[in-house]
Design a protein around this ligand. Structure first.
Ligand SMILES: Nc1ncnc2c1ncn2[C@@H]1O[C@H](COP(=O)(O)OP(=O)(O)OP(=O)(O)O)[C@@H](O)[C@H]1O
Ligand SMILES: [Mg+2]
Length: 366
């Protein structure tokens, strides 16, 4: 038996691509690299996206069709190509981003999101290009804290890839899973889905040139943290804690997650949030509701810088809920506290970059 291209193409025309219902020839999915050598046939199938869900089954069906309609003795070799370029590998995703700062804690509710949002605003006030990624897939805060709950980012084709365009507010580029799905739905996701969504928000978004890419991370030491460490080379971590003993114990766990020898992300420093309460009518009085300077002592003990102390002030909470982070007002006492924090983060980041090699992403070995 002699093989010739039409025989093969006729067989492939019996296979439908489920995505469009058209057959593979009609859908122009058979690349023009068809080679025939005796009973050996090789060619590529072209898909729109490298992540096409039907890829495997279509390749299998194409092979079966050739065996059925041409001959079972044909040695078929099919490779796949995609019209769209693939997402860059982990660690190479954001070449124009200079510094990635993870805002983390061990304990929930200590003010990570508040610190991340206000740090982003304060860095932007200092003149840096800033992006903020809400990596808390199961409990996103960014849409509310920036009053962009209704934002629906669109995608644009850039260099042959569909890229998500971050939402911009107060000069800061923002993305959160909250823009795409109802958080109640995300809580039903399996770990793999959450980590995939996070990779998309990082690698399939047009973050562009950034001096600081701030990550608001979920509470605890979850799979999401591992995904972040496997996806992004994190320049340094900022650990938020309240002065309270239980929070400090969790802060240590948070720190260990970054400093253990498999991860090696430097700690830029600690932030003491809710350091004291000052009533508006008695501005000189400080009430140490959660104990005095616990975070400061932890910083001294661990030989890491204390980047800032943020008091408990009603406006921090209120403005967070209203979508106008307090750092927008540099003249307020709280605004100044966050500007001071941002200056210290810049100083520690530059010091870190001068002294240490760039962070490497965490590789999983199977
Ligand atoms: N310094 C502060 N003064 C007053 N309220 C604050 C302060 N810091 C945080 N809050 C309030 O405390 C609550 C929890 O803060 P936030 O959401 O930032 O914590 P979180 O660590 O991100 O929580 P989660 O672990 O759930 O992500 C919010 O209502 C916030 O407005
Ligand atoms: Mg949070």
């Amino acid at each position: 038996m002699t093989l010739y291209p039409k025989l093969i193409l006729d067989a492939l025309a019996t296979v439908r691509y489920p995505g469009s219902g058209k057959n593979l020839v009609e859908a122009e999915m058979v690349a023009d690299n068809l080679r025939i050598d005796g009973m050996k046939v090789s060619f590529s199938l072209v898909f729109d996206k490298p992540t096409d869900p039907f890829m495997k089954s279509v390749v299998k069906s194409a092979e079966t069709a050739i065996h059925t309609y041409v001959s079972k003795d044909v040695e078929v070799s099919i490779s796949t190509e995609s019209r769209q370029a693939a997402r860059p590998e982990p660690g190479k995703m954001l070449p124009q981003v200079k510094n990635v700062i993870a805002v983390s804690s061990g304990k929930g509710g200590v003010g990570k999101s508040t610190v991340a949002a206000n740090l982003a605003v304060a860095l932007s006030k200092l003149g840096y290009k800033v992006g903020l990624l809400d990596a808390d897939i199961f409990g996103p805060s960014v849409p509310k804290m920036f009053q962009v709950e209704d934002a629906r980012p669109y995608a644009e084709e850039i260099n042959g890839r569909d890229m998500i365009i971050p939402v911009e507010k107060y000069g800061i580029k923002l993305l959160s899973i909250g823009f795409f799905v109802n958080p109640d739905q995300a809580t039903l996701w399996r770990g793999g889905m959450a980590s995939n969504a996070l990779k998309q928000l990082v690698g399939d978004a047009e973050w562009g040139e950034l001096d600081y890419f701030v990550l608001d991370t979920p509470p605890g030491t979850s799979d999401i943290h591992l995904t972040l460490l496997q996806t992004l080379a994190i320049t340094g971590a900022v650990i938020v804690s309240t002065p309270q003993e239980v929070a400090l114990a969790d802060a240590r766990k948070g720190i260990n997650m970054y400093t253990n020898d498999k991860v090696n992300v430097p700690i830029l420093g600690l932030v003491e949030n809710m350091a004291w309460f000052t009533p508006a009518e008695l501005p000189e009085n400080r009430y140490y509701l959660f104990g005095k300077e616990g975070t400061k002592r932890l910083a001294e003990e661990l030989h890491v810088p204390l980047l800032g102390q943020i008091p408990i002030v009603q406006s921090i909470c209120e403005n967070g809920d209203k979508g106008t982070p307090v750092a927008l007002d540099e003249n307020s006492v709280t605004g100044q506290a966050f500007i001071e924090l941002a200056r210290n983060v810049v100083y520690q980041t530059e010091k870190r970059n001068a002294e240490l090699a760039p962070t490497e992403i965490v590789h999983t070995h199977k």
